[in-house]
Write a new protein. Structure first.
Length: 359
């Protein structure tokens, strides 16, 4: 098992990463659970079927547990499902001494984390990620749900009391979800760790390589990068914004595809390539974009926005993103691996590059 600690200005919490550790909840989380009156495990239907019983059994040694199941997928990050989760919290009799466990991928982490942030003005919660993507989302305390006008528009910062990451659960994860999650790892390497990036490029050429015996090691590295960024800037007033590398175009593509076409990570991969092109175009960098794109393509990622979306459409969505201020579109650009910065980019430049890509 690997263990690391995330520290912010207000709190610090452990991250446990290991095979089969969902069976050790009551011992690994003893200090946290012993003071609590009740636990509600919030999970989705797919994950519930596979792992909820194990977790109930494992925490039941310490305290009584209920389970709240929501449908699988991004649509559960909605007002409607949030309301149902609040109803479950009330009906299960959760009080301010209770605790929530988020058992699932990034959707469950964001939804259950937001429920914990807001139920009775905030109760603690534990992240139990079950997707590769959730190695990113489970650390850092960003929680929230979507509004029909945009993604993640309603939310709160609420750090978990602990993260317990059982890598055995990844064995049942579909390939497209492995690919989605790995994009966020690549992103961490691009923005913060050139050495890790080189290592990934040399060693990972297929999905099977991602799943291999080195997984635990590079999960720990990727989580450590995220933890360092969160430590420096918990509330995203500075360096934390660099985690949005690839996300400006990525979010627009996800939104246009109705969150059903491309996975989050696939959209981010196309967005990272786009950001490198923008960076080159503005004269900040000399990326060999073809070479970067080839590596991502070999791993099965799309390297551009699907051609059915017009550049006008995508630019309008980017302008409405919550990270855009006064209609200006801000990008995370990279001078070189490990050297990100923020830059406002005008629409004409963006339209030009988007059109070029389609030729
Ligand atoms: P997800 O939670 O929807 O999981 C993807 C799919 O895999 C779901 O259908 C789920 O049921 C299934 N699944 C989960 N674990 C499984 C397992 N072990 N075996 C088999 N199937 C399993 O999606 P995700 O990709 O994990 O997360 C995406 C979400 O994360 C987005 O909403 C995004 O906004 C959010 N996110 C949040 C942060 C943050 O800092 N809070 C960061 C990045 C992404
Ligand atoms: Zn992301």
């Amino acid at each position: 098992m690997e263990e690391l600690v995330v520290t912010t200005d207000h709190t610090s919490y452990p991250v446990f990463i290991g095979e089969g550790i969902r069976h050790q909840c009551s011992s690994l989380l003893y200090d946290i659970l012993k003071e609590r009156s009740k636990v509600l495990i919030i999970t989705d239907e797919t994950v519930a079927e596979l792992y909820a019983d194990d977790v109930v059994r494992s925490v039941s040694n310490a305290l009584s547990a209920g389970v709240c199941k929501v449908p699988s997928g991004e649509t559960s990050k909605s007002m409607d499902v949030y309301h149902k989760v609040m109803t479950a919290c009330i009906q299960e009799g959760l009080d301010r001494q209770s605790i929530i466990i988020a058992l699932g991928g990034g959707v469950i982490g964001d939804l259950a984390g937001f429920a914990a942030a807001t139920y009775m003005r905030g109760i603690p919660f534990i992240q139990m990620p079950t997707t590769l993507l959730a190695q990113d989302s489970s650390v850092g305390g960003k929680t929230g749900i979507n509004h029909e006008l945009g993604k993640n528009l309603i939310g709160a910062f609420h750090q978990p009391a602990a993260v317990l990451y059982d890598t055995e659960t990844l064995h049942t994860l579909p390939d497209k979800e492995w690919r989605s999650g790995f994009a966020e790892m690549i992103k961490h390497a691009y923005i913060k760790d050139p050495e890790f990036l080189t290592w990934l490029k040399e060693n990972v050429h297929s999905l099977e390589d991602i799943k291999d015996s080195q997984l635990l090691r590079f999960l720990k590295r990727s989580i450590a990068i995220k933890a360092e960024i969160v430590k420096e800037d918990e509330k995203e007033s500075g360096v934390r914004a660099f985690l949005n590398f690839g996300h400006t175009l990525g979010h627009a593509v996800e939104k246009e595809s109705g969150y059903g076409g491309m996975t989050h990570g696939e959209a981010v991969a196309a967005g990272m390539i786009f950001a490198m092109k923008v960076s080159n175009r503005l004269g900040y960098s000399k990326w060999d974009v073809t070479q970067e794109a080839e590596w991502l393509k070999a791993l099965g990622y799309p390297i551009e926005a699907p051609s059915q979306y017009s550049s006008h459409q995508l630019i309008e969505v980017m302008k409405n993103d919550k990270k855009a201020s006064k209609g200006n579109i801000t990008f995370v650009l990279l001078e070189k691996p490990g050297s990100p910065f923020l830059e406002t980019v005008d629409e004409r430049t963006l339209a030009h590059i988007l059109e070029e890509t389609k030729e």
